[in-house]
Design a protein around this ligand. Sequence first.
Ligand SMILES: *Cc1c(COP(=O)(O)O)cnc(C)c1O
Length: 362
Amino acid sequence: MSRFMSKAYARLDAYTPGEQPQNLSSFVKLNTNESPFPPSPMALACLTEAAGRQLRLYSDPTGRALRERLAKTYGVAMENVTLGNGSDDLLNFAFMAYGDAGMAYADISYGFNAVFADKLGVKSEIVPLKADLTIDPADYCGLGMSILIDNPNAPTGEALSRKAVERVIAGNPDNMVIVDEAYVDFGAESCVPLTKKYDNLLVIQTFSKSRALAGARLGFAIGCKDVIADMELLRNSTNPYNINRLTLSIGEAALCDPAYLEQCTQTIMENRAYTAEALKGMGFSMTNSLANFLFVKHSEIGGLELYQKLKEKGVLVRHFEKERIREYNRITIGNRQQMDVLLGRITEIINERRACACGREA
Ligand SMILES: *Cc1c(COP(=O)(O)O)cnc(C)c1O
């Protein structure tokens, strides 16, 4: 760091993204919840046009065409939608917009939440998950500050019903409730319909996971008109061109292919059930994940050890050092072949350990 760096920011503890290896082909990559499938062929088809002559022009700062398509898709009006350069962009704006009295979120939740709070000087109220790593909605009543719920939660994958989230929203009429629905397409209930009923709700979603567009960086948020105006004020005061021309076109085209989304998410859910069953048979326990990952721990092998041994064998999963969850690993659900490689490597690890233990006893 240079000696000129602002004191306000020099102390920042930045978010640590999952490893993104350069030599992609040497790993089965199950560590950052990307899709194993390519983006919709319709999304890819629009690339040549958008990537051509029009790239000399700035992107539409209002993102009108994409917002209109999103509004249609989600049954709201364009004024109820804003766009982010990934949903991380929108989370940043939400912390800026609604952090004055503090922000309450779970001790085990998306790692970026704490980073934004710290950077923006927003007081965090850390609400512990229950012993079984689920959220108790009752913990979020009467806190007198904004509330952020990842639903499904990360990295547990556990989801609250829409009814349960609605009780939090209705129980906090004078506080903002932000629901991060990055994984909602894999089987949970979305709170988007509630944005018509409540003026204290902002729902954030992303194209990164279910729509296989993590590299395009596209997120969106839905809320009542005034809440979206708050977000637009911050967006336009930061970078009105936060969504580039290529991404605007790809996003719009992806929304025109709902059958592809359905097919991809169905396959992921089937592979999730398949992998969960197999892992349970090998001595793993896990949370009830409704996301495109499983959060698992083994009865004998420690979390860090499993992460390291899998990496040696060419399979990348995500391990977190946080005390409460250090015996766990988060495993992204890939295609069936990737899951079979994972299961094969884990079987080897278990067998090698047993052979080793026998050797010691003999
Ligand atoms: C992946 C993820 C995001 C970030 O998504 P981007 O749109 O790629 O920025 C946000 N929240 C949660 C809980 C996530 O897991």
